[in-house]
Design a protein. Structure first.
Length: 385
């Protein structure tokens, strides 16, 4: 029996990709493994979703002071206290002196994120210190990890090309998609959702946040151009925690005279997953012009909901989407406008892409990810015996 620690300190009802990964991995592992002993470390400041309860799962709530203190002072004591054989984390940084075997899951290398956040003005003193800390420690962490799990072949390629990590040390494990994201059951549900958002003629869906790589301005400009060129009746719905006033999007919308055609829904918390699933299902198309994605949870959720996809032709998105979507340069406003117009005016194309989305989404399973992760745990433990 292995004693396995899992870093779930990002887990929160308001969490995004990493939180979603941690939550669904725990649920799937609980269904698979009743033998190994798990210590799951949680941030006691976070509001947590429901977690699996069983005899071999032990939850430890941690008071995190800050990122650096946790890595270099709190975590080493925890690794010793619980006598962990394996520690599974998604962190860009780890304790310098820890002797525990590290299973490291990497969604994306930090280079792009730090560069984009810096250019977007996220340059507080703490941010600068944190960026430098990650920059210094990340190459060391990659060497220290016993195994690296990458969220996509694109991320694996980045690790090999930029950090000279040996390819046989990296395994690609695709995250999954929740079962709540599925094809709509009936037309009435779609009509009710569209009526709820005052979009009876349909809508284009985009999910945005405070992260500049979401590239939301391109969506708005392309939507405005598509309306001019094709007179499409659909609205644009932007979900997520982006603030249109703070981000400058409100000013852009006013300049393009689109105020009555664009709706911001706000963020959907964990308990509102059903509402988000309905929002996907009723969409005519999902657009994602992201500048960088290590995996792309939203496009997979949209595909599982049977929504046609238009997405960026960069980083991991072509790999994840395959032939299930239209791929466009993320900075090509005209290209995005053309793709939106073509998809919304060609019923045959739209239906074909809807079917491709549903088929492609079958590749992404939390149970499969948990099975592959458990195999890695068992191999690491066997080497330690």
């Amino acid at each position: 029996m292995a004693i396995i620690g899992i870093d779930a300190t990002s887990l929160s009802v308001t969490g995004k990709g990493v939180s979603r990964y941690q939550h669904n991995l725990l649920i799937a592992l609980a269904g698979l493994d009743k033998l190994n002993c798990y210590y799951i470390f949680l941030n006691k400041k976070n509001i947590l979703p429901e977690l699996p309860r069983q005899g071999n799962f032990h939850y430890v709530r941690i008071g995190l002071l800050n990122h650096i203190i946790w890595d270099q002072f709190q975590l080493p004591r925890i690794l010793r206290k619980y006598k962990l054989d394996i520690y599974h984390t998604t962190s860009d940084s780890l304790p310098i002196l820890a002797k525990t075997k590290i299973a490291l899951f990497i969604f994306e290398i930090p280079d792009y994120r730090i560069d984009l956040m810096s250019r977007a003005g996220h340059n507080s003193l703490y941010s600068k210190i944190s960026y430098k800390y990650n920059e210094i420690l990340f190459p060391y962490i990659l060497r220290k990890a016993a195994v690296i799990m990458a969220s996509s072949q694109s991320t694996k390629t980045d690790l090999i090309r930029k950090y000279a990590v040996e390819g046989n040390k990296i395994q690609v494990l695709y995250p999954g998609v929740s079962v709540c994201f599925r094809a709509p059951g009936d037309d009435m549900t779609l009509k009710d959702t569209r009526r709820k958002y005052n979009a009876d003629s349909g809508y284009i869906l985009h999910i945005s946040s405070t992260d500049p790589r979401d590239n939301t301005a391109v969506v708005i400009r392309a939507f405005g151009r598509a309306r001019q060129e094709s007179e499409i009746p659909q609205k644009l719905i932007i979900a997520g925690n982006v603030d249109p006033q703070v981000s400058g999007l409100e000013r852009l919308i006013a300049e393009l005279n689109l105020k009555d055609r664009i709706l911001f829904t706000g963020y959907f918390a964990e308990k509102q997953t059903g509402e988000l699933a309905a929002l996907y299902q009723a969409a005519d198309v999902y657009v994602d012009p992201s500048l960088y994605e290590g995996f792309g949870f939203q496009v997979v959720e949209a595909m599982a909901s049977g929504v046609p996809i238009i997405a960026s032709n960069v980083t991991s998105l072509p790999e994840i989407i395959g032939d299930a979507g239209i791929l466009v340069n993320p900075r090509d406003v005209e290209g995005w406008a053309d793709a939106i117009s073509r998809l919304l005016t060609d019923r045959e194309l739209k239906e074909s892409m809807r079917q491709r989305s549903l088929e492609r989404a079958k590749l992404f399973s939390w149970d499969r990810l948990a099975q592959e992760t458990l195999i890695i745990y068992n191999k690491l433990f066997a080497k330690a015996l």
